[in-house]
Design a protein around this ligand. Structure first.
Ligand code: XMP
Length: 528
């Protein structure tokens, strides 16, 4: 992105300094839920850089260290003299206390983890409308022993004397609990108090303002040059297609590469929806034969992924040359992709971690970084739920917005062992039945992913008077927040029965259905 267009980008109203907490991203999400724009930046950000951004409030995140560890992360102490309201959470509060002359010691009785009722000791702006004795989520070893001058204790718990502190005149606050986690009953109230009443942030981060700001930025960035977008039909690339079409119209070309591993009816739906209904130009590339040929005899899952990834890039390069030239490539990079590889090198201007590392297996089906295009990435500041809202506002149907995640290599990694046309057709039919029954039962939106997996062995069965020898099929339904951990879904037996009956009756090559009852960890969501 050019410096020119960067200058016009909205700066964060709340800056979150990251001290290595697993929750830094969650804090940013919670603040965005109050319609305030926030970004996570490195704890090493300089005072000049903060002054340049000029946020209305600063949050110091939690972190795994003890403030007295030699290598514990710090921030410039001048931050406390800027006159900008600051909220320290857990480690962030302990650091503030230590730097301002108070002291921190290991927890008096014991480390406190989990839910704890807080007792409010003193009225304050931070805990305004927080119910006394309500539950907050604690997770800490060290505790504050003595407060710096000007600070008051405003709440305590059974094990923590200083569960919340405030220095009202300097607008410095701290909490030992985690207001950002869902288990903190009035956590969101604490965040709202800090963001709205204490920091005076306007609630102006909305889908409408995003569109008003982003569309001119895209136009300014790409001018009248041609933009290419690899459309997959997922929520990110679909939202991007709608956004870019609104911004640059005919100068956008979408390319949909059909590897042959999509679910039943998906390629047809995609072309019908984008091309015919919304007149967004989509070049359909039928590459089914190329992909299946390359996978002949391949059994190893990693090799399968690599072959699919390589072939995708080859097809993409050939076809973009044929259709081009294009000056820009549009990518559906989201904010968590940008900040995913936790580290301290975050560009304070853009909020990007400098060494961006995306989980390697999720790159399959993506494009390499060294393609000869300039990038347009207008979603790079958004979380997934914000992209869904944007997509919805732009007119995408629930079918796309609420679609379960689907891996880039598609059904090829849900057929164990060699992928053949016969197995693909079989899995496609069975997968369709699983999703159809889950939708009919009204469970689709409560489940993170529901799908079928085909196993490359045959088992004996009996149908009518005939002995059968056919493939078993696995049904996998999981609940999850983010795909990193997951639990198997407790689907009612009647629905499992219906799915099983339909599959063995309607899909001839399958004579047995099993349900996967493994959580992640130790299992993964996909079988590969
Ligand atoms: P696992 O199987 O690692 O999957 O538990 C976690 C989540 O990631 C999805 N997944 C992928 N998504 N490209 C993607 O875009 C991929 O290659 C890929 N592989 C797995 C998986 O469906 C689950 O939601």
């Amino acid at each position: 992105m050019s410096q020119k267009s960067l200058k016009k980008e909205r700066g964060p109203a709340i800056l979150i300094l990251d001290f290595g907490s697993q929750y830094s991203e969650l804090i940013a999400r919670r603040i965005r839920e109050t319609n305030v724009f926030s970004l996570v930046v490195s704890n090493c950000i300089s005072i000049d850089e903060i002054a340049d951004i000029n946020p209305k409030g600063i949050i110091l995140s939690g972190g795994p260290n003890s403030v007295y560890d030699q290598a514990s992360p710090k921030c410039d102490v001048e931050i406390f003299n800027l006159g900008i309201p600051i909220l320290g959470i857990c480690y962030g509060m302990q650091l503030m206390v230590k730097e301002l002359g108070g002291s921190v010691t290991p927890a008096i009785k014991k480390a406190e983890y989990g839910r704890a009722p807080i007792n409010i000791d003193l009225e304050s702006d931070l805990l305004c409308d927080v119910k006394d004795k309500s539950i907050m989520w604690m997770s800490h070893g060290d505790s504050i022993n003595s407060l710096p001058q000007g600070f008051n204790k405003i709440a305590h718990t059974e094990n923590t004397l200083h569960a919340a502190i405030s220095n009202n005149s300097n607008k410095l606050f701290g909490v030992q609990f985690h207001p950002e986690v869902i288990h903190s009953e009035f956590g969101m109230q604490v965040i709202k108090n800090f963001v709205h009443s204490i920091s005076n942030c306007a609630a102006d981060w909305t889908t409408n303002t995003f569109l008003e700001e982003t569309i001119p930025q895209i136009r300014e960035q790409v001018g009248n040059k041609k933009v290419l977008l690899a459309l997959s039909g997922g929520v990110d690339s679909s939202t991007l297609a709608f956004l870019l079409s609104k911004a640059i119209g005919e100068n956008l070309t979408c390319m949909f590469i059909d590897q042959g591993f999509m679910r039943k009816g998906e390629p047809e739906f995609l072309m019908e929806f984008f091309d015919k209904k919304f007149h967004i130009k989509v070049e359909y590339i039928n590459a089914r034969e190329r992909f299946i040929k390359k996978l002949k005899g391949i059994i190893d899952p990693e090799e399968k992924r690599k072959i699919i990834g390589r072939e995708f890039i080859r097809v993409f390069e050939e076809e973009s040359n044929r259709l081009g030239p294009f000056e820009y490539l549009a990518q559906g990079t989201l904010y968590p992709d940008v900040i995913e590889s936790a580290g301290t090198n975050i560009d304070p201007k853009t909020g990007d971690r400098i060494a961006v590392k995306i989980k390697s297996h999720h790159n399959v089906g993506g494009l390499p970084k060294d393609l000869q295009f300039k990038l347009v990435e207008p979603l790079r500041k958004l979380f997934k739920d914000e992209v869904r809202k944007l997509g919805s506002a732009l007119g995408l149907p629930d079918e796309i917005i609420k679609r379960h995640p689907f891996p880039g290599p598609g059904l090829a990694i849900r057929i164990l062992g060699e992928v053949t046309d016969e197995k693909l057709n079989c899995l496609r039919d069975a997968d369709w039945i699983v999703r159809d029954e889950i939708k009919k039962a009204g469970l689709y939106n409560d489940i993170w992913q529901a799908f079928a997996v085909l196993l490359p062995v045959k088992t004996v069965g009996v149908m009518g008077d005939k002995r059968t020898y056919a493939w078993p099929l696995v049904i996998r339904c999981v609940s999850s927040e983010d795909g990193m951990t997951a639990d198997w879904s407790k689907i009612p037996f009647e629905i499992l029965t219906r799915i099983s009956n339909r599959i063995v009756n309607e899909v001839v090559q399958v004579n047995r259905v099993v349900y996967d009852i493994t959580s992640k960890p130790p299992g993964t969501i996909e079988w590969e």
